[in-house]
Design a protein around this ligand. Sequence first.
Ligand code: BTN
Length: 234
Amino acid sequence: MRLIHLDEVDSTQNYIKLHPEFGDGTAVLASSQTAGRGRLGRSFASPKNLGMYLSVVLPPNTQNITPIAAVAGRRALARVGVDCGIKWVNDLVVERGGAFRKLCGILAELSGGRLILGVGIDIGQRESDFPPELRSICTSVALEGGRTVTPREMAEIFLDELGRALALDEDALYDEYSARCVTIGRAVEVKRVPSDPGRTAVAVALTRDFAVEVAYPDGEREVVFSGEASLRLG
Ligand code: BTN
């Protein structure tokens, strides 16, 4: 892999889109992003030197990239001393005080015949570094007692684990993802669109293609695919 380290950029995802010459395995790390993006049009706060803001170019036919990146991110965080779970489909979380706090988000985008995987990991934030509305739902390597690590070192560890996770066969990937998925067995709220009031259900199983089967109180069951609906842990 080739790692390009930038000081500041709007978004490492956008930077790769502006550089069609970057081929498979090229990774871009930024010390800060002025317009970091998350899934579903959300923004991703990217303060200078406090997190790992990384995008990687992968072949467009890579299957199951979000579960692969989640497994790689979980293993990378374990290497720096943070044991986290996977909140379906693309967040890594730590349970503290009965609530889940996010410290890693994953965004996979297809653009111009390339798959661009974006990963953000909160590393050095103290509680006051998060906006007040995020303080109870976000955390960082530092807040979880992980070892001191620079964003660059975190990126190197993540890329190492990404290489290993890409080599997993389907069964091994499914087993590791499902064993660490905190969503299964919990109450969730199923929302098809953001304005949807949401329907309470229980996430009962992870299907082989990484969708979640939910059961509603009236006994109805439904399979929810990523991108089709969001699940909020209830
Ligand atoms: C999410 O939580 O919904 C996904 C967050 C993805 C953030 C990363 S940071 C590096 C890359 N550049 C971006 O603008 N977004 C991704």
